[in-house]
Unconditional design. Structure first.
Length: 441
């Protein structure tokens, strides 16, 4: 039995039973099982592939199973999903191998009595994979939900805002592979020098199409094993997150506060813009996250970043009107990064309702730290208006001393009238919201 498949099954079980996030559960399980190299790559592909296509896989499993998928005893459904994904999406895995390995998984996980069912369902699926049952399309919401494996409530929210074509484009983008983008560390190298170094190491690298100082990489293998990573010559960061420091207009010598800093990317990007001159105070509630920020700063050669244990909702009198720029990258639903964290889509909608209260409280408190004439930059990695423009609209309605201000971003974006939502299907970035607000002198 393939270790990769067994490890993948354990990760899916952990996600389903413990509410674990797939990326953390996957890395932990790979370490526990001692899986590396090609097996680790296969395991990752299986986990993320099943999560990206879960509702669609269940639709096809249900067509060839005598029981409804949601009536199957766990982890039987997880095993069937793994087998179905291999049959439908992995051309290099023979159908017979996908079936037999799934049967062995059923036996190994004390579901021997179900091995026959697994064998029958997956064999029928393999025999009919070129003539699969269609998805009913009379109900537009249900069709898009199944076809792209997104919850109905989210599809229902998107259709009026984006229309059918762009909603479908957004859902499809979420099931695509996100480019690996890094920001060049100008304290240690240049884009041209880093490009040459990476290419000589066998990495495919090219400048980002429109975000300066960023490269798109592929064929990296273990990214952390590259000397350029270990020696801090680049920072892994999505282009939209990279634009935060540009939108804020951060410059050398400033005093910057990053209220919700972990894992530290925006603090580091700010320090690059400051040429390591000035100070960046990076905050988080948890010491273990602050340790990682300090480790990241050391790797990157950044000396202007200091950490502070702080709750963004609680006022620190010593910080009142003390900062030129305050960054609020608020905790959010994460619906803009589904292509990187596919299991975000399966979190309950009810879990999201409390977020605007937290976001408003953090923004309200953080505003007190901005100097007169300073900048307050609010951002999230989601696309829901109640976490984005509705938050900043409500804030500005209560604070006449702040106003949205035009930000200048690289072409093709150009001038932004105070706020902008980035979309993967439009901009090739994460779904991301940025709002620049200035405190009147």
């Amino acid at each position: 039995m393939s270790s990769a498949r067994e490890t993948a099954l354990r990760v899916l079980i952990s996600c389903r039973t413990n509410g674990a996030w797939a990326d953390a559960a996957l890395q932990a399980q790979l370490r526990r099982d001692g899986i590396a190299g090609l097996d680790a790559a296969l395991c990752s592909r299986l986990v993320y592939g099943v999560l990206q296509n879960q509702l669609l896989l269940d639709h096809y499993i249900g067509a060839f199973c005598c029981q409804r998928p949601d009536h199957l005893q766990p982890p039987l459904l997880d095993i069937l999903r793994l087998g179905a994904y291999q049959i439908l999406y992995l051309d290099k895995v023979p159908d017979r191998a996908a079936v037999s390995e799934s049967v062995e998984l059923a036996k190994h996980f004390k579901r021997g009595q179900a091995a026959g069912l697994v064998n029958a369902v997956l064999r029928k699926l393999a025999q009919n994979k070129n003539d699969l049952p269609p998805i009913p399309d009379r109900d537009e919401i249900r069709y898009l939900s199944i076809r792209y494996s997104h919850p109905r409530w989210l599809v229902k929210r998107l259709l009026p805002a984006l229309g059918r074509d762009e909603t479908e484009a957004f859902l499809a983008a979420n099931n695509s592979v996100a480019p690996l983008t890094v920001q060049v560390n100008p304290l240690k190298t240049s884009a041209e020098t880093l490009l040459t170094e990476l290419r000589e190491a066998g990495v495919t690298a090219r400048p980002h199409a429109w975000v300066p100082g960023c490269l798109e990489l592929s064929g990296t293998g273990d990214l952390t094993a590259l000397p350029a990573f270990r020696e801090g010559r680049f920072l892994v960061q999505d282009p939209a997150a990279r634009l935060v420091s540009l939108a804020a207009g951060i410059a050398p010598g400033q005093r910057v506060l990053d209220v919700c800093a972990a894992p530290g990317g925006k603090s580091f990007s700010a320090s690059f813009a400051m040429e390591n001159q000035g100070s960046v105070t990076a905050c988080d509630l948890h010491e273990n996250k602050l340790v990682r920020i300090r480790q990241g700063a050391e790797r990157l050669g950044v000396t202007c970043v200091e950490t502070a244990a702080a709750d963004g909702r609680n006022f620190r009198p010593e910080w009142q009107e003390a900062f030129d720029t305050v960054l609020v990258d608020a905790p959010c639903s994460g619906l803009g990064i589904i292509r990187k964290k596919p299991d975000v889509r399966y979190k309950k909608a009810d879990d999201l309702f409390a977020l605007p209260v937290i976001q408003s409280a953090i923004l309200e408190n953080a505003a007190r730290y901005v100097k007169p004439g300073g900048i307050l930059l609010y951002s999230t990695c989601t696309i829901l208006p109640e976490e984005n423009e509705q938050i900043t609209d409500a804030f500005l309605a209560e604070h006449s001393d702040f106003a949205r201000e035009t930000a200048s971003l690289p072409a093709p974006i150009g001038k932004v009238e105070g706020q902008l939502t980035f979309w993967p299907q439009r901009h090739g970035t994460d779904g991301f919201y940025i709002c620049r607000m200035k405190r009147h002198p």
